[in-house]
Ligand binder design. Structure first.
Ligand SMILES: [Zn+2]
Length: 325
């Protein structure tokens, strides 16, 4: 499994803070119980004293003494449990619980990050892309906004097409695994729900524990321009490198960027590197394949056709209806 290092580093800091706060709450909880019952506090004090005595007795090698102390400690433990029961608490209510029973709050198992740490990592990734993801998810996709009247040009209902494209996207996101390559070419008119579905794919892939990176085409080409002149900030540099390195890249609004002679070779390189490393790519565009060939190059078009599944959405501009856009 691959992780975005920067996000993982931030997740570890947040994780340690959560464990610290949890342990603090546990300490306060136990302290609260002791404050409620002087008898309980006294028993605890005696138990602490006994464990010191026990250590000393064990060191001086007096088995008879050790046995006696153990007996006394058991008695005290039983008394403590009874007091706690009387207070309506669990018998082990004074013992601090672990933040996570699997890794005991270390965040690590022998086989890599623990699920409890990965949960924080996932939250951090969703936060990083919150502005783009908004509340867009497969659960919130609304089919009602698509017409069920046959479109004479495509000989199909926009709603039926939307259902098909939705299923393809949801299936792609569900089955997504790093290293399998491929991806989607999601195209159609303005505001027909392409970006909504692409964001839904990203959210699902992140939820499943993989690294999905989002960039608009305008953003990507602007980063490329800065990179050429060595002017990327640290954050921009991460965005740039992640475009090539992320398990999944969503490149939104392809064709909306200002035209430049640099764009075709750059896009060709991006798609080529991602395909060679078998990384997933979702392109979102209003351009048809013919327009892609004309705007960039036939080579870019054939790279897209060769590796990405073609999905066309049709319909009215849903942004006018305020939905799925
Ligand atoms: Zn854990």
């Amino acid at each position: 499994m691959s992780y975005d290092e920067k996000t993982m580093a931030a997740a570890r800091i947040e994780y340690r803070e959560r464990v610290r706060r949890f342990e603090e709450r546990e300490r306060i909880r136990a302290e609260g119980l002791l404050a409620r019952s002087p008898r309980l506090r006294e028993t605890e004090r005696e138990l602490t004293g006994l464990s010191l005595k026990l250590a000393r007795a064990a060191l001086s090698g007096s088995p008879g003494e050790v046995g006696k102390i153990r007996e006394k400690a058991e008695e005290l433990h039983a008394g403590e449990e009874e007091i706690l029961r009387g207070m309506g608490e669990e018998r082990d209510a004074l013992r601090p619980r672990a933040y996570c029973p699997v890794c005991e709050g270390s965040g690590e198992t022998g086989k890599g990050p623990c699920a409890c740490l990965l949960k924080v990592y996932e939250e951090k990734l969703l936060q990083r892309y919150a502005r783009y993801l908004g509340d867009q998810s497969f659960e919130n996709f609304d089919f009602e906004v698509y017409s069920d009247i046959v479109n004479p040009y495509y000989h199909a209902e926009p709603r039926g097409i939307a259902e098909f494209v939705f299923d393809q996207c949801a299936e792609y996101a569900r089955r997504f695994r790093p290293g399998e390559g491929g991806g989607l070419y999601l195209h159609g008119g303005c505001g027909v729900g392409k970006s909504f579905l692409a964001a839904s794919v990203a959210r699902e892939v992140i939820r499943n524990g993989w690294f999905a990176h989002y960039l608009s085409a305008i953003g990507f080409f602007a980063l490329a321009e800065k990179e050429r002149f060595g002017r990327l900030s640290e954050e921009e540099n991460a965005d740039w490198e992640d475009a090539f390195a992320a398990d999944l890249l969503i490149l939104d609004d392809l064709g909306c960027e200002p035209a430049s002679a640099q764009n075709a070779p750059l896009l060709y390189r991006l798609l080529g590197e991602r395909a060679a490393l078998r990384r997933g790519t979702v392109l979102v565009s209003t351009l048809t394949k013919e327009e892609i060939a004309a705007r960039y190059s036939p080579a870019v078009e054939s790279r897209i056709s060769g590796s990405l599944a073609d999905l066309l959405l049709i319909g009215e501009d849903l942004r006018k209806a305020g939905e799925n856009a």
